[in-house]
Design a protein around this ligand. Structure first.
Ligand code: XIL
Length: 301
């Protein structure tokens, strides 16, 4: 294929990007978006603070702009994210216990129901495990409602949209380490007890401190062997030139080598669209020109 999406589709995969609703009026941005990508993720517009700014008052205006654009252009939509410790509305940040648990479950149910039939995969729970060697859960207001909050969220999502794949998504889980081992144990437990989980998302934000791991493919494969799909959900790689290009190629190769790695999403289009305050971690430069990283990604697909 001559585009990322078409080439991925030839391999039975998707190639997606994060999209910001306020850039859908930028013709350079939209031109690349609809030429290259066949999946989109709302960068912020489906998060809890965006969709439920006041309790039980839902606002889907910006998320709908992204979903409607995607549907008009034949792109799948990854839903991101139903339950997360970050980007919660103020009212939820101040809640705890049963009230917070019920508010979270209501949020999952309402949002997944609203988008039922339009979402290929939901990040039901995002970033629930702690960094470092402890292999434990991240402390958060959601975690303090009880260790079973994650499975409760997945059950609510399944009931609301039985057709969407349900993913657990996290960062620093791309290679085998204490954190990914802990996520692995949770997924294994969920599969053995029939808790509905279909996929694991690996954010894959890479830089000098956190490079593409040598055991990336092996780590994706061990999760796939649990009977779930794996997806690369927020890819960006700091750097430039040939080194960066080779790293993007390695990521694509690792995914394609794992049968159940169903797609890759980059976290933005142009370097200037990146959430990273500085640096050049994406596939297109600030003017929308293809970088060496783009060419190596396309060639690896
Ligand atoms: C980031 C967005 O890109 C930023 O615009 C926002 O200010 C903060 O969140 N992990 C995730 C994403 O799961 O939702 C985050 O997105 C990046 C890290």
């Amino acid at each position: 294929g001559t585009t990322l999406g078409a080439s991925a589709a030839e391999k039975g995969r998707y190639f997606g990007t994060a999209v910001a609703a306020n850039k859908l009026s930028d013709s350079t941005y939209v031109g690349i978006l609809n030429r290259e990508f066949n999946s989109v993720t709302a960068e912020n517009e489906m998060k809890w603070d965006a969709t439920e700014p006041s309790q039980n008052q839902f606002n889907y205006a910006n998320a709908d702009r992204i979903v409607n654009s995607a549907r008009a252009n034949g792109q799948q939509v990854r839903g991101h994210a139903l339950a997360w410790h970050s980007q919660q509305p103020g009212w939820a940040q101040n809640m705890s216990g049963t009230a917070l648990r019920n508010a979270m479950l209501n949020h999952v149910t309402q949002v997944a129901t609203y988008y039922r039939g339009k979402i290929s995969a939901w990040d039901v729970v995002n970033e629930a495990f702690a960094d470092g060697g402890g292999g434990g859960r991240r402390d958060s207001n959601l975690q303090r409602t009880g260790n079973d909050w994650i499975e409760a969220a997945f059950r609510a999502a399944r009931a609301a949209d039985p057709g969407a794949k349900l993913c657990y998504n996290d960062y620093n889980t791309d290679g085998q380490n204490a954190k990914s081992n802990a996520v692995y144990a949770m997924v294994q437990d969920f599969r053995s007890r029939g808790v509905p989980i279909d996929c694991v998302g690996f954010q894959s934000h890479f830089n000098a401190q956190s490079p593409v791991p040598n055991d990336y493919q092996a780590n994706l494969q061990r999760f796939a062997n649990l009977g779930v799909d794996v997806q690369i959900t927020e890819l960006d790689i700091e750097g430039s030139g040939t080194t960066q290009a080779n790293n993007f190629g390695r990521v694509v190769q690792a995914c394609l080598a794992v049968t159940r790695c169903t797609g890759i999403t980059v976290w933005g289009i142009r370097d200037t669209d990146s959430w990273r305050a500085s640096g050049t971690p994406l596939l297109f430069d600030g003017s929308g020109n293809k970088k060496a990283a783009y060419t190596s990604t396309l060639n690896a697909l």
